[in-house]
Design a binder for this molecule. Structure first.
Ligand code: IMP
Ligand code: MG
Length: 188
């Protein structure tokens, strides 16, 4: 697996200290609130698992699974909810936890959907943001790293369902893409 990586762009240590910092800020902001972390499957589970252990106020977690890409390189813009939340979000302060913000299509759809369910508030926490290049215009309340417009894997993020278990964020060698039929996985 490691031999497929061209270079590491965010190390395990950098991720660790950033997650700690985000957890500290979130803990301060959500005192005496009714915090519900909504993790977007599957990419954000590793981030969620680490982040909740850096937050020291009471919280609940729930999951949404959405697919936004077909077997093409580009976002189709069509979002499908494959798994919805279990909880009724009324009265909750929702913090959406995302691995990476790219076109923003997935999140725009999910935010709109959750707003209609009348929670107390909705904010967004993303580990990485590619937004500058893609102009997704989604406001991130908590943001880990701004990254260049490159396809990254590791720490939850996959390429064809692989590499999620890497403890760093890296870029794949070009021949990995060339040998593969698909550019992106179906399930994010
Ligand atoms: P968006 O709808 O274009 O913002 O896509 C966001 C989703 O696409 C993220 O939650 C990721 O699951 C996936 N994604 C976007 N960029 C990458 C990447 O560089 N590596 C792995 N997955 C990515
Ligand atoms: Mg995702």
């Amino acid at each position: 697996m490691l031999e497929d990586i061209e270079r590491i762009i965010i190390s395990k240590q950098e991720i660790k200290s950033k997650v700690k910092e985000l957890g500290k800020t979130i803990s301060k902001d959500y005192q005496n609130r009714n915090l519900l972390l909504v993790s977007i499957l599957k990419g954000s589970v590793v981030f969620l698992a680490d982040l909740i252990r850096e937050i020291n106020v009471p919280l609940s977690i729930d999951f949404i699974c959405a697919s936004s890409y077909g077997k093409d390189a580009f976002s189709s813009g069509k979002i499908q909810i494959l798994k919805d939340l279990d909880v009724d979000v009324k009265g909750y302060d929702i913090l959406i936890v995302e691995d990476i913000l790219d076109s923003g299509n997935t999140l725009r759809y999910i935010i709109e959907m959750l707003q209609k369910r009348n929670p107390n508030s909705i904010k967004l926490c993303t580990l990485m943001n590619k937004s500058k290049q893609n102009g997704n215009k989604i406001k991130c309340d908590y943001e880990g790293f701004k990254i260049p417009n490159e396809f990254v894997v590791g720490y939850g993020l996959d390429y064809n369902e692989k590499y999620r278990n890497l403890s760093f964020i890296g870029i794949l060698k070009p021949q990995i893409f060339e040998n593969s039929k698909y550019i992106r996985s179906d399930f994010l």
